[in-house]
Design a binder for this molecule. Sequence first.
Ligand code: HAM
Length: 405
Amino acid sequence: MLPEDHAARGPVLRVAETILERAGYRRIETPVFEHTELFARGVGASTDIVQKEMYTFDDGGGRSLTLRPEGTASICRAYVDHGMHKLPQPVKVWYHGPFFRYERAQAGRYRQFWQIGAEAIGSDAPALDAEVIVLLASILDELEVGGLRLRIGSLGSPETRAAYREELQGHLRRHEGQLSDDVRARIDLNPLRAFDSDHPGTREVMATAPLLLDRLSAEDAEHFAEVRALLDAVELPYEVDPTLVRGLDYYARTVFEFTSDALGAQSGVGGGGRYDGLIAQLGGQETPACGWAAGVERMLLAAGDRPAAAPIVDLYLAVDGGEAARLRAFRIGAEARRAGLAAQVELAGRSLKGQLKQASRLSARYVAIVDDTGQVRLKDMDAAEQLEISDVDVVAQVLRGRGLS
Ligand code: HAM
């Protein structure tokens, strides 16, 4: 990631931080690698992520480790390991950082990518689902991510899902001949993924498939209705998508995904849902939770290019003399930075003309030319004025000029 890429990312992180911290989410950071077992159990052994996208290695001590493909499992592990159930609930955290998936790289899909994520753990209130969705919507809105669509669904409880799974497997088996090889091979392992298929025969079979949304228990249906009512209350548009399947196994009840028309095939900007069973599955107590993650590169792609503001340079120290002048310039530069100014010292051995050109390239507000006379010529580049002053007065003068003293 080059400096210009960072300049573009800065605002994305700042917007997310402001919106999330305002809602009481606090930053958490988990290790970049974890025991492979955590992801195999947490994300689900049958998922694409675990089956073919993880960077897994032996650490030399016989332990199998994996570069994190996502953040939720690690955060649940941290919640359990650090006894966070003793804190006031829900525990609300957010994170950003690099994640790794071995995928075929293309626009918007990388093997190392960045996510911003938020997780709220310890409440089964529908308001929690709605809150996290609204927060992601606000971030995407603030970033002016174009062509957004929000789809939501409910996967119900594990019991409903198990019964539905069998029903769906029956349907798939009855039409086995029309399915793609891939879907057929996964009838036992993960029949729900058949809804994701682009294969024409499979799509036809799925058009008449039973829908999980029609099989929800009364409690789950009510939970979903409340989430929708809360989204309606804040006038956040969404579409109910009964076939919304996410690529991770830990979801229960609400799932959601934001897509953008501004992206090509990789249209998912961010998504998430409830994962009420995950913490218990990882050895903790039964703890309901909900969250999302959004891809930083995809947010940037969908928001379009916006020129990043150039870094400010208050003072550029040019040297027009020998060793003593260089030392003095170095000292004034250090003093200026200590006083809070953005100051740069000439480091490339340029001629005075070259240094002035460099200062103007940086749009430096002041240029101090340190020469062998023992004085400094301080140029105010905006006012096109020049002062002859002593070393000790340079910083104070620039601070005054910048309105900082
Ligand atoms: P996910 O849908 O797998 O969910 O990933 C979230 C977002 O990460 C995607 O919407 C996409 O923007 C970005 N993303 C994923 N893979 C790539 C890639 N190869 N290249 C670029 N961007 C990518 C999760 O990771 C869940 N942990 C979300 C969650 C949090 N659910 C509950 N809490």
